[in-house]
Design a protein around this ligand. Sequence first.
Ligand code: PMP
Length: 407
Amino acid sequence: MNPYDVNKVREDFPILKRKIYGKNLVYLDNAATTQKPQSVIDTVVKYYSESNSNIHRGVHYLSQEATVVFEEARENIQQYVNAKEKKEIIITKGTTDSINLMANSFGKKNVNEGDEVIISALEHHSNLVPWQQLCKEKKATLKIVPVNDQGEFLFDEYVKLLNSKTKLVTVSHVSNALGSINPIKEIIEKAHEFNIPVMIDGAQGISHCSVDVQQLDCDFYAFSGHKFYAPMGVGILYGKEKYLEEMPPYQMGGEMVDQVSFEKTSFNELPFKFEAGTPNVEAVLGLNAALEYIKNIGMENIARHENKLLNYATQELKKIDGIRFIGEAVNRAGVISFLIGDIHPFDAGTIIDHFGIAVRTGHHCAQPILDHFNIPGTVRASFAMYNTIEEIDLLTTTVKQVKTMFE
Ligand code: PMP
């Protein structure tokens, strides 16, 4: 779409017409989940109205039809992230599920006593707890790359942590709490000098940046559909074939098997080895529709628009006396986290909500990074392709009112 027309984009998202407490909804909680365009909603409805049946199993017409569109969706996802092979695209329930798959399969196979796994201080609990628990179980050590006071990944400190005991580096592309964009290309290159594989938690990255897994040369990339204008309950784990082939299955059940007897089981080939049970077919088709929608708008256009919003929000909120930004990384995407004087973020969020503005308050499932700043939480406004400058003006005016109310 050129030039970018935000009002036209908004027309595609029916929920944006909703009133909250009699006011127009201003949805600024996109880092938690994005809204869905009509084409995604229609795809889900159409699947249940016309095609619903289980995939991969039936010889009947509907089952075959559903299997074909499901596998076409996988192929489109492959092309979108530029994976070399279709079988490198594993369908999961979301980022959390993808990372648990990694910890339970790659981790249990490759991480042993005395080994190390590296994460950053910016990680969402989803990319922390599975590794922490694995390390505990295996008597391995979780190493944390620190950040500076702007919330930026400290590359020199990272390099110091890499050694022959490191079995995996796993870091977020974009921090959900602060919006910092990590230098993932350089992180991957450096780890590869030590032959260490790298997983990227792309839960936030995928919706703000173009992702080319071959160009990044990442070994794994995980993301969720629902933060990417697609339905909930679907996610992706991209992995290089050479690693996925060696990894044992994570969950057991139907579809991931080849031959089963009471004595033994042989497993299906990639990607099915990692896809036990009936998948969320309608959500996968919805993800496919979201990809088409995003491709039509253009990720560069979306990123440019969101960047404009982020800069404007920073500039306008900065004018408010007593506002404190948490995380001011030079490279940032989609998120602005702040505190208003001594007002508890929960109180601020509750009042802001009454003006019809949805922001998130709290620790954003990233408690350690907020401990770093010695605060219990922040107010977080996060942007998507459909947000407007006028909405930011409303947010700024409301924040000013919150401040006045507490004075
Ligand atoms: N990582 C990051 C950076 C996230 O922002 C989130 C979601 N807030 C997750 C992981 C977990 O994603 P999901 O809940 O969709 O599995």
